[in-house]
Design a protein around this ligand. Sequence first.
Ligand code: NAP
Length: 258
Amino acid sequence: MSGSTVQQRFSLEGRRVLVTGASRGIGIALCDVLSQAGADIVAVARDPAGLQAAASLVEANGRRCLTIGADLALPDAPERVGREALAAWGTIDVLVNNAGVSVPKSLLEQSIEEWDFIQAVNLRAPWLLARTLAPAMIAQKRGKIVNVSSQTSAVALTEHGAYAASKNGLNALTKVMTVEWAPFNIQANAICPTVTWTPMAERIWGDPARLDPMLARIPAGRVATPEEVCDVVLFLSCAASDMVNGHALLVDGGYTAL
Ligand code: NAP
């Protein structure tokens, strides 16, 4: 036995957690849930009002929040964000690469600019941010990286070619993070949610003609809530998951069990 309690192993007390895409949707819910579990939060996104709302939630939970504005599609932004976070707080214990974009179009219609934009935010930024923060995790011999991927990395979905490629790439990147950094007690995992009710989902799935066939394929009969995704991220961020490494963990209500 480790000598710790269940409460300690599921706690983020004293941990410094960086969340990208923190201004709305799953990301702002992550700021709330992870700070309720004891974490101080670095919140990253473009929208200043959304970042302020995230900070208010974290501070209402009695934790510190540092906000950093950044457009993660830009090549130099992720490393700048990482350097700013390290300069402020010395180290980051948990990185949650949650920021993501989707531009649903068929393979015939998707533009090269849209393809590159999706890969830049969903795939390149997580790599650049992780490699900026990893040396401090390696030095302290402890760290967690949670990459927010998608069910769409496991099953095909029309109009999601660029998005699915980015999320499959993120799953593969997660495995390489695992084999390179597990020896330093860093656990990297991806989570793959089904449709989760956020501003992104409302935009893409708001039309019942599109949503109803998706619901019919989810054995649970409903979409996920942001909190249900956050609770799995919490597990992958705390000591309870110290032997869980390199997964692409589906949070899909049974969709892929069909
Ligand atoms: P959302 O409601 O659209 O929120 C996306 C977040 O990412 C926002 O905080 C946004 O902040 C940030 N972001 C987007 N582009 C950015 C950029 N260029 N630079 C910095 N930040 C950027 O999306 P969500 O549904 O919460 O999705 C969160 C993650 O879950 C994504 O990775 C998504 O792919 C994944 N996911 C979502 C679903 C779903 O059904 N919702 C399902 C599976 C996976 P700013 O606009 O303020 O920059």
